[in-house]
Ligand binder design. Structure first.
Ligand code: BG6
Length: 530
């Protein structure tokens, strides 16, 4: 249970954070990339912010043979500790880091872990509260959880003391049936309130802000529906290709990698009904309800709703880059998609007839994620001779990254002519207001797991609904053959905004993709000449 509550004023705002109670963390996959790039720096950053409990330790577990000292040295290199105070803190933090080598499929690993945890509890007085982070291939989740159970390491009384939690990373399955199988296995050994399914997008400050923005303000909610919103665009663009992840990406593709989780989660937060409270289950009820209202993709006319693409060679940031099929580890005739654009319709009262256009891709011109709410045009223009179609509709953009912020573009008068206006943008930038970069997503998520707060984690019904929507698409793509209606894999030049078909997807509805981060200011003059 949370031990103390810290309340402080943050830039004259209300800020409440809770200090978690004592615990030990076990990371499986501790010699891997995720541990060193994200998890250990995030834990250290929590320590810097005074948000780690005093009684705390980390045990890294992996197959690689390594001593505690070697593990600490490796972790030290990953910690951003440049000042003397940070280095002192890093020493204290590293003193509480330990390492246990072992094979994940051998019972003796778990016996050794159990002994080690008891000993560390003796030293750090952590109350035998533990969370286990599975930073390992998903194929191993079932075995590791079963072994933890057999060793008595995930036993949790209904009162929840000591608590035992397990964090799993995506991918949670690769289609509906594999996701359900995994869920069954996890539930053989754990209760749902012990399972923390991570989607790191939910830990991003700007994604969390969608809830504050919508439900801590009154002025937007009345406009947030089919009466005022013309359409919504969600873009997650990356300039990078697949880097060293060909093995994973070839098996996964972009729809599984980005849509089933990050894109659908953002869509759910933007479009769901207000939950009764900021409570894990109330919030997740609403997200599931929203995802259930998405109209299934028509598999006989998929090309009217979805475009899949694969990058060819091109230039990104002025540098020549290879096409996907020429990347190391990629099959020369690979049919894996690296880009997806989708038109999504939501069958409920709020959103009837409002398309949500989602797109995400690798090797696009730059890294940018945003959610743009495009409002309808004014019904009538009083500014003769300008007609309503001359007036650019208002747009609200939630900039998820990298320039975190919010901008609202509205029409305003340009000085000069009597009827002369242009879209002006009211901008709020996180770094201007708060300075520096917002905390990393993993900090929030690790902290919430210690606190037992599942609000920003995915519940199993959520996973199922999103796979239920996407599995028929994946099957249709696999069997597409020569049926263009099922959606051909389209090439696009690296460094472009995706295949031409993605532009046609919107053009058919008389709309265009925004160029993210671009408010396109232009003066509209309607000076009448006499
Ligand atoms: C991961 C995907 O979940 O998210 C990657 O597997 C992708 O392919 C990454 O690059 C994007 O995350 P972020 O935080 O950099 O936008």
């Amino acid at each position: 249970m949370p031990k103390a509550e810290l309340r402080y004023d943050c830039v004259s705002g209300l800020c409440v954070d809770t200090l978690p109670g004592r615990c030990g963390v076990v990371i499986f996959g501790a010699s891997g990339d995720l541990t060193h790039r994200k998890l250990m720096p995030a834990l250290f950053s929590l320590a810097r912010r005074g948000l780690l409990p005093e009684r705390f330790f980390v045990v890294g577990c992996a197959r690689t043979r390594m001593s505690d000292t070697a593990f600490r040295d490796k972790v030290r290199q990953a910690l951003p500790a440049t000042t003397p105070a940070d280095r002192r803190l890093a020493d204290r933090f590293l003193n509480a880091c330990y390492y246990l080598p072992g094979n994940y499929d051998e019972p003796r690993t778990y016996r050794a872990l159990s002994k080690r945890l008891t000993a560390l509890h003796g030293r750090h007085k952590t109350g035998l509260n533990h969370f286990f982070y599975l930073a390992i291939p998903p194929a191993l989740y079932g075995d590791v959880v079963a072994q933890l159970n057999r060793a008595g390491l995930v036993d949790q009384k209904s009162a929840g003391r000591p608590w035992r939690r397990v964090i799993v990373e995506k991918p949670i399955g690769r289609d509906l049936s594999s996701a359900m199988d995994l869920d069954r296995v996890l539930h053989q050994h754990l209760r749902e309130n012990q399972i923390y399914r991570i989607d790191h997008y939910l830990g991003k400050e700007t994604v969390q802000n969608i809830l504050m923005f919508r439900f801590a303000n009154l002025i937007f909610e009345p406009l947030w529906n089919q009466q005022y919103v013309d359409h919504v665009q969600i873009t997650v663009a990356e300039a990078i290709g697949i880097e060293h992840r060909a093995g994973y990406f070839e098996q996964t593709g972009l729809l599984r990698d980005m849509f089933q989780n990050h894109m659908f989660q953002m869509l759910a937060l933007v479009a769901m009904e207000p939950p009764a409270s900021f409570d894990a289950d109330r919030l997740r009820d609403e997200k599931t309800k929203l995802l259930r209202s998405i109209r299934p993709f028509p598999t006989d006319a998929l090309d009217r709703h979805l475009v899949r693409g694969q990058y060819r060679q091109g230039r990104v940031d002025g540098q020549p880059v290879r096409g996907y099929r020429a990347e190391d580890g990629v099959h020369p005739q690979s049919r894996t998609e690296t880009f997806v654009a989708a038109k999504i319709l939501i069958d409920n009262w709020r959103w009837q007839g409002v398309p949500f256009y989602l797109r995400s891709g690798k090797r696009l011109p730059r890294r940018v994620s945003e959610i743009a709410i495009a409002f309808r045009r004014v019904p009538h223009s009083i500014f003769h001779p300008l007609a309503p179609q001359h007036l650019m509709p208002d747009t609200l953009v939630l900039n998820v990254q990298p320039e975190e912020g919010i901008s609202l573009t509205i029409q305003a008068k340009c000085p000069g002519g009597k009827v002369c206006m242009m879209p002006l943008s009211m901008d709020f930038r996180y770094n201007q207001v708060f300075g520096g970069n917002p905390p990393e997503a993993y900090e929030r998520l690790l902290l919430d797991c210690m606190l037992g707060d599942q609000t920003l984690f995915i519940r199993n019904d959520n996973v199922e609904v999103s796979w239920a929507l996407l599995t028929p698409v994946l099957e249709a793509w696999e069997m597409a053959g020569r049926q263009p209606a099922r959606g051909k894999l389209q090439g696009y030049r690296a460094g472009s905004w995706g295949p031409a078909a993605a532009h046609r997807l919107l053009a058919r509805d008389g709309r265009k993709w925004r160029t993210p981060g671009n408010a396109r200011p232009a003066c509209v003059a309607g000076e009448a000449r006499s």
